[in-house]
Design a binder for this molecule. Structure first.
Ligand code: SF4
Length: 350
């Protein structure tokens, strides 16, 4: 038997209809099949129980079907679940489900690349290097499969998606956008999520932030800021050397003027590095641009070999109080899933 090479998920719904009609199947079968492939997140042909067995067999003989396989699932004491997925070609990536039942908020953090080419000094993923970009369906599948996991574990569907896992989404631009497009497309083609529930986070690539606006990108945008001063930011995020703060601010202004996206700054607080009142004053300055912005302060999770410490409660409280006093909207994200290396900056397929 010849091994099929074409992945069925490269075929559009109209083309599937044409194909199945040529196989003497009724048109509605194509829609049923498409629903399994995209909205229902089937991971093998056997799961497609409303398709006749003979049709499933013919499909199996004609197409490949690339999906993610859960390799390791780890449960944190705080309810966070980290899943390590195996791609069809043997790479490993990770997603994290972060439940906050009291707020009815169930968020998945997805990866966009295997590893990452940027070398932020506080991040375990950056040490892996970049192996390859994920395909759009590999990004999308993480959401669909974690949605199943969320329903089974918490009896609730996902409410939010954040592109903050392994990789820099804007360096896998086309696939990131295509995955967002599919997430917001109604079933059977997609999940029908609201763009307001989706946040793409970037380390800061000014040209691609502008491109988002030119391409009509409507989801939320988060900039991993982590320092409000160029010299300091460049020491922890080398990407800042070619994309400095002024270039990033101008790109965000451009994006907001066209798309009115919700914009936030992510700010990991490191003890005696970026948590002084002078740092807070610089951050306030960056919040006074021509777009509204909120600041998400993230508790630091030490990784092996990094020299940073997390900010003490007293320094962090003073820092936050300064921001609030100056009218900045601040949320503080306590770290989740630390015991399973699922917290921010810890994803490295351990
Ligand atoms: S923080 Fe993000 S951009 Fe920086 S190395 Fe880690 S995964 Fe890459």
């Amino acid at each position: 038997m010849v091994t099929p090479v074409r992945d069925i998920r490269t075929i559009s719904l109209p083309d599937l209809e044409t194909l199945l009609i040529s196989w003497n199947e009724p048109r509605f079968r194509a829609r049923q099949l498409y629903e399994w492939l995209w909205a229902k997140g089937a991971t093998d042909w056997e799961a497609m129980t409303n398709l006749p067995k003979a049709l499933r067999q013919r499909l199996r003989e004609t197409f490949t079907f690339h999906t993610l396989r859960a390799e390791v699932v780890q449960h944190s004491a705080d309810g966070t679940i980290k899943t390590r997925w195996l791609t069809h070609d043997g790479y490993r990536i990770e997603s994290v489900l972060i439940p906050v039942p009291e707020d009815e908020r169930y968020t998945v953090c997805v990866s966009t690349q295997v590893g990452c080419s940027l070398t932020c000094s506080f991040c375990a993923t950056g040490r892996m290097g970049r192996k390859r970009n994920l395909a759009a369906h590999e990004i999308y599948d993480q959401v669909v499969l974690v949605n199943h996991q969320c329903r089974q574990t918490y009896g609730h569907s996902l409410t939010n998606v954040v592109y903050m896992g392994m990789g820099e989404p804007l360096l896998n631009y086309a696939n990131t956008l295509e995955s967002v497009r599919r997430l917001v497309t109604p079933p059977p083609e997609g999940l029908g999520m609201s763009t307001h529930r989706i946040t793409v986070s970037t380390a800061g690539i000014a040209k691609m932030i502008r491109q988002l606006a030119d391409d009509g990108f409507r989801a939320n945008l988060a900039l991993s800021l982590h320092a409000a001063d160029d010299a300091k930011r460049s020491t922890i995020m080398p990407i800042n050397e070619t994309n400095n703060l002024e270039a990033l601010m101008q790109a965000l202004e451009y994006c907001y003027a066209r798309m009115r996206n919700r914009i936030s700054y992510e700010y990991i607080a490191f003890e005696h590095f970026n948590d002084s009142l002078e740092d807070a004053a610089q951050l306030v300055h960056l919040c006074r641009r021509r777009f509204p912005v909120r600041v998400n302060i993230i508790e630091y999770n030490p990784i092996e070999g990094a020299s940073f410490e997390k900010s003490s409660a007293s320094r962090l409280n003073a820092f936050i109080a300064y921001l609030v006093k100056h009218g900045i909207t601040v949320t503080v994200r306590r770290s989740r899933g630390k015991d399973i290396d699922a917290a921010c900056g810890q994803l490295a397929n351990k």
